[in-house]
Write a protein that binds this ligand. Structure first.
Ligand code: HGY
Ligand code: MN
Ligand code: MN
Length: 413
């Protein structure tokens, strides 16, 4: 049994029209009208296949395929439809649509499975509009309360809860999955490893730890022309020194750490005034939890020293912290066996990026399948993958699902 390549491509190209950008990416921030359009289209497709559809209180959308086994917990295939700012069309959407295609294939072949199979699209995985990331699977896993999630403001102060209401996707908590037989997520690798090593399939063993720190630097706004250099409390100079120090901590001091300062807000942000306030966000990631803490400690110590020297005050707000998550060996092994059965080259690896799988692993045995990414690029409009690689991975997803849902058809052991 194989997935329908052309149909998957149609799903993919149609979905990419929602929030399409000039350079072939998508700009589909969580709960915006573009996201609503993508959600509506996804539900239209689920219904067209005859799947039952439900929406939970975080706006997560579920399509369910069952062949007379309603009382059993589902095998869930998931990912997300929201994108980052001016992002790529593969990140997230590919995993949702690959899941849709697997359920479409099961349905048209009337496959009998011992466990129901569901596809889910999670709300606000990216954490671009509303921080933190992976907030909806985080609510399901008990990492965040519903009230906390609903209260999260975007940069205009509009809350996640209000936007769920506005687009008509504030569903019911009764629609959350009560039990999970297994969770699978197919995703582009978003890095260079598979392409550089010429490997077809990434068998993901886990996801590295990550933390987001929001640092506010409070100096003194003043006149650019009249304030002597030795009497400045320049928040921008302090920020610049911190940005370089963060890079040095990751690149030199704590091996295997990656760190990024990708977001900066400056006040008053005009040519002829010394910046009185700068807010920056640090994204730190590291597979070893104690080393992640070590890196955070170094950032905090360096921050204190720089602010003393620049006569600037500071505040730190930890927006997100997730420890490294290792997946269930049975599911990882099933993904590996499926890749082997289908004759693909594969390798086990850790995910550098975060995914809803990091919280779904608390609800059920979890695994991920990676697709090689062209030039390793992601979170940019140039993000892309070879379509043959997508089809390969989707067939691995189908075969893995058949095993985990205990389909009553002949599948290679
Ligand atoms: O930030 C991440 O790793 C994910 O893309 N949200
Ligand atoms: Mn993603
Ligand atoms: Mn992403």
């Amino acid at each position: 049994m194989q997935i329908n390549n052309e149909r998957l491509h149609r799903y993919f190209t149609e979905m990419a029209k929602n929030g399409a950008t000039e350079l072939g990416g998508v700009h589909r921030l969580a709960l915006t009208d573009e996201d609503k359009a993508g959600r509506d289209l996804f539900i239209e497709w689920l219904k067209a296949i005859g799947l039952s559809v439900r929406v939970d209180d975080m706006g997560n959308i579920y399509g369910r395929y069952s062949s007379g086994n309603e009382d059993k917990p589902p095998v869930i295939i998931g990912s997300h439809l929201d994108s980052v700012y001016q992002g790529g069309k593969f990140d997230g959407a590919l995993g949702v649509l690959a899941g849709l295609e697997v359920l479409h294939t099961l349905s048209e072949n009337k496959v009998q499975t011992a466990f129901p199979v569901e596809v889910v699209s999670f709300t606000n995985e990216e954490g671009t509009r509303f921080q933190p990331a992976v907030i909806s699977s985080g609510v399901l896993a008990g990492e965040f309360s519903l009230d906390f999630a609903y209260s999260r403001p975007d940069q205009d102060g509009i809350t996640l809860g209000a936007e769920l209401e506005r687009i008509g996707y504030k569903g019911d908590s009764a629609n959350r999955p009560s039990q999970v037989q297994a969770y699978l997520e197919m995703h582009i690798e978003q890095g260079p490893i598979l392409e550089e090593t010429g490997i077809d399939i990434g068998v993901v063993e886990g996801i590295q730890g990550a933390t987001w720190l929001e640092i506010s630097l409070i100096g003194q706004a003043n006149h650019a022309g009249t304030t002597p250099m030795n009497r400045r409390q320049d928040a921008m100079v302090a920020a610049s020194r911190i940005i370089l120090a963060v890079r040095e901590i990751a690149a030199q001091k704590v091996p295997n750490t990656v760190a990024t300062v990708g977001k900066l807000r400056i006040e008053p942000n005009i040519v002829n005034a010394i910046p009185g306030k700068v807010v920056l966000a640090v994204d730190l990631r590291q597979p070893d939890n104690p080393k992640l803490q070590e890196a955070v400690g170094l950032v905090k110590a360096t921050l204190a020293q720089i602010c003393e020297e620049e006569k600037v005050k500071y505040e730190i707000n930890q927006l997100w912290l997730s420890s490294t998550v290792m997946f269930n060996e049975k599911v990882v092994g099933t993904v590996e066996q499926a890749a082997k059965n289908l004759g693909f080259s594969y390798r086990r690896m850790l995910s550098g990026a975060g995914h809803d799988a990091m919280y779904m692993a608390r609800l059920g045995a979890t695994g991920m399948i990676f697709v090689p990414t062209i030039d390793g690029k992601s979170h940019c409009q140039e993000e892309s993958a070879r379509w043959e690689a997508v089809v390969n991975a989707t067939n691995v997803l189908l075969e893995t699902t058949l095993h985990l849902a205990q389909a009553q058809i002949a599948i290679p052991a």
